[in-house]
Design a protein around this ligand. Structure first.
Ligand SMILES: CCC/C=C/C(=O)SCCNC(=O)CCNC(=O)[C@H](O)C(C)(C)COP(=O)([O-])OP(=O)([O-])OC[C@H]1O[C@@H](n2cnc3c(N)ncnc32)[C@H](O)[C@@H]1OP(=O)([O-])[O-]
Length: 719
């Protein structure tokens, strides 16, 4: 709702009230409409201020309402009525003015912002556009290039930038409402014609066509198939080329297409899923309410390879005091130089002072004795990690949390190397760790809820999106990746090429296909794991057929490439060729194609044409199938966990909502039918066998993704 009051004698104060962000729900819109009417009809009121309760102006339209039947007064006429008012209306912006919140402010005649406020039109990240006049007013106010930037990226800007762009008239460090009321008193009798943004001409640059052509190419390149950024450019183009009313019609038309699109549903699902995973819950019911994090003042990072360095940078940037341990002197010196460079560059970008002095470097593990939490990031080798955990357990003060950055190894086994297994959790960062948002917080059967709460809290402080998951080989992300990569290898055997398979996945929306990704991360990593598992035996040494392991189909293609020293980008050759070791531009490699032909001939395989649909179905449905197994096993507490892990850690296109949401969009029955089909064709591939949870969901009528948790609970209670 919205509260109306009269302050300072003649100022009508309208306060939006809808905690926590004063979203424009039907009740709030009704409250604004009623309050504006009251203010305009009250002769004692000479000017009006609109503000939000509890230090937040407005977080925009109520996203929860998008899924249902919209009721209450619509936004557009409400904002028009404010702009058309014959008494000055001032927006007092504290906290956030986002989406419909900023559009409401743009309908006001003046805008005053607190210096800490953030403003923006982030609708594009929800698959929409600012359809309450935002695409038409903002270019008229700040010009086309700046408006295009804000509307197509959805980025939030500071009050200082908003002032510089001309979005706000004044920035204050004091009480914004007081400043706005004083401002309103001063402008009470002033004429308003020059303050109604919809009447402004849109500032024109000399070559509009070239400007929009360039903007369109830019968004199409970065959108990876998302339609909202394209619609945003089209709507701003209407502002630049058509009268206001026609522009509004175009905005409405484009919004109607976006609003009902699957992409908007997927992106809005991601918005809520991201917030849902922050409210983690362990199978025993532990969550924030029951488990408070312990304060962490001093942290240690053990091992300063690529991952350790990234983690160190992310920690130092939070302002925490960090002890960095690397036993090899050369490696320590190199790391120190690299980390300082990363911190300096990061600080320069953000216009802050680099936090180099937060770090103490040491070669001695005993220097971690006084820290509150350790993150181990040594080489991915169980014997080495066991030793480190035994040492940590001996040297750390009682109560120190011991975390491992392993990407797949058994957390419980590592916990068993220590005197206090309840203090051990996984903190699985993604490379580069100071950039990537995702953090899998992995609890073993003995991890205490407080250890999980502390790791989740520290992750949040580091700007990460933490997802708490159970312990199993590869946890959630890498466990699901295994069958995905396996299918890609099988498709190569059957006639595919790395180029065609990658192209199908990139057209789906991944930033890079499976083979380019594998070249980037290094083929030797998977090879080492397969060797450890006894799978990647050289064909001469092996007693079994090179294409079968334990009665299951196996593809030795990756192993064969590694035997040739082709480890990907770092060696200049992998599934593609590169100009030199370390180069990033993947080029098709004729050697690889003739190698594949020779391999097929050797194994009596006849290449067939594999279309895009088969690539997507086999690679993605098998990954989704493993996601259902993870849910069934209770490793992830809900589909949101899996989806957020894939969107933020593995490049799954956000506008497709994550693998589990996508399965719902495709139709669970269809996913099941295609898996059955492929499993029949490849009975020796167990990953293709549909998971029983998927069967149960289909049998229970394929309920929507937000109700799966209930079905899973029932399934698990019956076990
Ligand atoms: C014609 C249409 C044109 C206009 C379209 C729009 O305006 S589209 C909208 C354009 N606007 C946006 O895209 C802005 C979206 N919002 C944000 O970016 C951030 O929430 C924030 C920066 C406002 C506050 O960040 P923070 O870290 O302080 O807090 P937090 O993020 O944790 O959220 C706290 C709680 O509030 C909830 N909630 C939040 N916003 C909305 C909403 N609009 N609606 C409903 N709910 C919303 C959120 O789910 C969470 O609920 P929970 O889990 O506690 O039950």
């Amino acid at each position: 709702m919205a509260l109306f009051s009269r302050v300072s004698g003649s100022v009508g104060l309208i306060t939006l009230q809808n905690p926590p962000v004063n979203a424009l729900s039907a009740a709030v819109r009704q409250g604004i409409v009623d309050s504006v009417k009251r203010a305009l009809s009250d002769p004692e009121v000479k000017s009006v201020v609109i503000c939000g309760e509890n230090g937040v102006f407005c977080g925009g339209a109520d996203i929860k309402e998008f899924g249902g039947n919209m009721s209450g007064p619509p936004l557009i006429p409400m904002i028009h009525a404010i702009e058309a008012a014959n008494k000055p209306v001032v927006a007092a912006i504290e906290g956030s003015a986002l989406g419909g919140g900023l559009e409401l402010a743009l309908g006001c005649h003046y805008r005053i912002a607190h210096s800490k406020a953030r403003l923006g039109l982030p609708e594009v990240s929800l698959g929409l556009l600012p359809a309450a006049g935002g695409t038409q007013r903002l270019p008229r106010l700040i010009g086309v290039p700046a408006a295009l930037d804000l509307i197509t990226t959805g980025r939030h800007i500071t009050a200082a930038e908003a002032l510089q762009l001309g979005i706000v008239d004044q920035v204050t460090k004091q009480s914004t409402v007081n400043a706005a009321v004083n401002f309103a008193l001063n402008v009470a009798e002033k004429p308003l014609d020059a303050r109604r943004i919809s009447t402004f001409p849109c500032p024109h640059s000399s070559d509009l066509d070239a400007l929009f052509e360039e903007a369109m190419q830019k968004v199409q390149k970065s959108a990876r198939g998302a339609i909202a950024p394209v619609a945003c450019v089209q709507a701003v183009r209407a502002a630049a080329t058509q009268p206001y009313n026609q522009g509004m019609e175009r905005e409405k038309e484009l919004m109607a297409t976006l609003f009902t699109s699957g992409q908007a549903r997927a992106l809005q699902y991601c918005f809520f899923a991201q917030r849902a995973v922050g409210k983690w819950r362990m199978p025993n019911g532990a969550c924030w309410d029951t488990s408070k994090p312990r304060p962490v003042h001093k942290v240690a990072v053990i091992g300063l390879g690529t991952m350790g360095r990234g983690i160190l940078v992310a920690l130092a940037q939070t302002g925490l005091s960090v002890v960095a341990v690397e036993t090899q002197e050369m490696q320590l010196m190199e790391a120190k130089q690299a980390v300082s460079g990363m911190l300096e560059r990061g600080a320069k970008r953000r216009g802050v002072v680099p936090t180099l002095h937060n770090i103490t470097y040491s070669q001695n593990i005993k220097s971690v004795a006084e820290v509150d939490l350790v993150i181990e990031a040594v080489f991915e080798d169980m014997a080495l990690k066991e030793k480190v955990f035994q040492q940590l357990s001996a040297v750390c003060k009682p109560g120190t949390f011991l975390c491992t950055n392993t990407s797949a190894l058994d957390i419980d086994h590592l916990a068993s190397q220590t005197g206090n297994p309840e203090l051990v959790v996984g903190m699985h960062f993604f490379a580069p760790a100071h950039v990537m948002k995702l953090l899998e917080v992995v609890y073993g059967p003995r991890s205490s809820p407080q250890a999980v709460a502390t790791a989740m809290h520290l992750g949040k402080k580091m700007g990460k999106i933490g997802v708490a998951v159970g312990n199993c080989r590869g946890f959630v992300g890498n466990r699901m990746l295994k069958p995905y990569i396996e299918q890609a290898f099988f498709l190569l055997e059957e006639g595919g090429t790395p180029e065609k398979i990658d192209q199908a996945l990139e057209e789906f929306g991944f930033p890079m296909g499976v083979f380019k990704m594998s070249d980037l991360s290094g083929l030797d990593i998977g090879w080492r794991v397969r060797k450890g598992d006894g799978l990647a035996e050289s064909s001469a040494a092996s007693q079994q057929s090179p294409r079968i392991r334990d009665g299951r189909r196996y593809s030795p293609l990756g192993d064969l490439l590694c035997e040739q020293g082709r480890f990907g980008q770092k060696t200049g050759h992998g599934w593609y060729q590169y100009d030199k070791p370390g180069s990033q531009l993947a080029r098709s490699d004729p050697w690889l194609h003739s190698f594949l032909e020779g391999y097929r001939a050797q194994h009596g395989l006849v290449a067939r044409r594999i279309d895009q649909q088969e690539v997507l179905e086999r690679c993605l449905y098998v990954l989704i199938n493993e996601g259902f197994r993870i849910l069934e096993d209770g490793i992830a507490s809900g589909p949101e966990d899996i989806d957020i892990i894939y969107v933020f850690g593995y490049g799954w296109p956000r506008h497709r909502g994550g693998p589990m949401f996508y399965a719902g969009m495709v139709g669970l029955a269809k996913v099941l039918e295609r898996l059955e089909h492929y499993h029949q064709a490849h009975p020796d591939v167990p990953y293709l066998q549909p998971c029983s949870l998927l069967r149960r969901l289909v049998a229970s009528g394929s309920p929507p993704v937000n109700t799966w948790k209930e079905v899973i609970k029932k399934v698990r209670s019956q076990l």
